[in-house]
Design a binder for this molecule. Structure first.
Ligand code: ASP
Length: 318
């Protein structure tokens, strides 16, 4: 279907290949494909880019393989504080939540705020209360915890005690999920959801719920969702900077996104990645780490899933 496009990332903190079994890697790839199918079926049925982004992110939030929703990172206090945002490129309406602890799918709360059209962002207990009142699915915080995250936190605390924190891998440190979509009317949307970085201080908020930093969408320009140490994406207003390079500098999407990841953010010496989509064409997914969980369905309808360098072609999206 011409014009339709969908892309996602599952974070630039991809595990080293040796750290999961082949069966686990296959499952992570299946979950990426499942997320793409969920978003693509919305677009194919004539649905809005915004709905496709939300549907895609919800599947990733439900998967234990990614740092968002179930399987989210733990704070230094072994708790979860989840952040999410979503933006409609057609109206530039947006919604965001940060430091939520009980909303099963934080992206649904961000979306409910967007739909409300007034308050853009709610934090902590206020976000939880808003979601509960809106009838969204709520869970006990333990729902988000997986053994892998418990082990990762213990490893990071060990490193801190030994003074080897700087040797932690990208996978030990962080992750995030995000999606971008273009619908049949040419509207763009972007969304991002995360547990933040492992062992983060309680109360720390990263770029993912900050419009313009971790998430941005504007019709006719681009839709962007970022991953990597959020502090640097906020400092560089990264997602909006991709748009600004296109709007004011006439840059091509792949050059604008590539410059942000490989030059601007990389100049801080940190791992970074993003999924970005333009007014036309297929998504681009630059990253400067070992790998980035990612996938897309392009204008030819072909689904591509990837974790490290190689791409797995999944045939036509259903
Ligand atoms: N951007 C996320 C944050 O800083 C983490 C990540 O993508 O790895 O909270």
């Amino acid at each position: 279907m011409s014009g339709l496009a969908l892309g996602l990332h599952g974070g630039c903190g991809t595990l080293d290949r040796s750290l999961m079994s082949e069966a686990e890697w296959a499952e992570a790839r299946d979950h990426i494909a499942g997320a793409l199918s969920a978003g693509w079926s919305v677009l194919k049925a004539g649905g809005a880019a915004l709905d496709a982004v939300q549907a895609t992110i919800m599947v990733l939030e439900d998967s234990p393989h990614f740092n968002a929703g179930h399987g989210a990172a733990l704070t230094e206090a072994s708790t979860h504080e989840l952040d999410a945002s979503i933006m409609d490129g057609a109206t530039r309406a947006a919604g965001a939540v940060c430091a939520t602890t009980r909303i099963r799918n934080p992206i649904t709360a961000a979306r409910a705020l967007l739909d409300g059209g007034q308050v853009l962002m709610l934090t902590g207990p206020a976000a939880d209360r808003f979601a509960e009142k809106a009838g969204l699915a709520m869970v006990e915080p333990s729902y988000f915890t997986t053994q892998r995250r418990v082990d990762t936190l213990a490893g990071l605390k060990r490193r801190a005690a030994e003074g080897t924190s700087s040797k932690a891998s990208e996978a030990e440190k962080h992750g995030t999920v995000g999606a971008v979509a273009r619908d049949a009317k040419g509207h763009l949307a972007a969304g991002t959801s995360t547990g933040g970085f492992n062992n983060k201080p309680v109360g720390r908020v990263g770029d993912s719920p900050i419009i313009g930093a971790g998430t941005y969408a504007r019709d006719g320009v681009c839709a962007v969702s970022c991953t990597g140490m959020g502090e640097y994406f906020i400092r560089n207003v990264a997602a909006y900077d991709v748009a600004a390079r296109i709007i004011y500098g006439g840059a091509r999407l792949e050059d604008a996104a590539g410059t942000l990841v490989h030059d601007v953010i990389a100049s801080h010496g940190i791992g970074a990645g993003m999924i970005a989509l333009g007014a036309t064409g297929d998504p681009v997914a630059p990253f400067n780490t070992l790998g980035m969980y990612r996938g897309w369905v392009g204008s030819d309808g072909e689904m591509v899933v990837a974790t490290h360098q190689e791409l797995f072609r999944r045939g036509q999206a259903a």
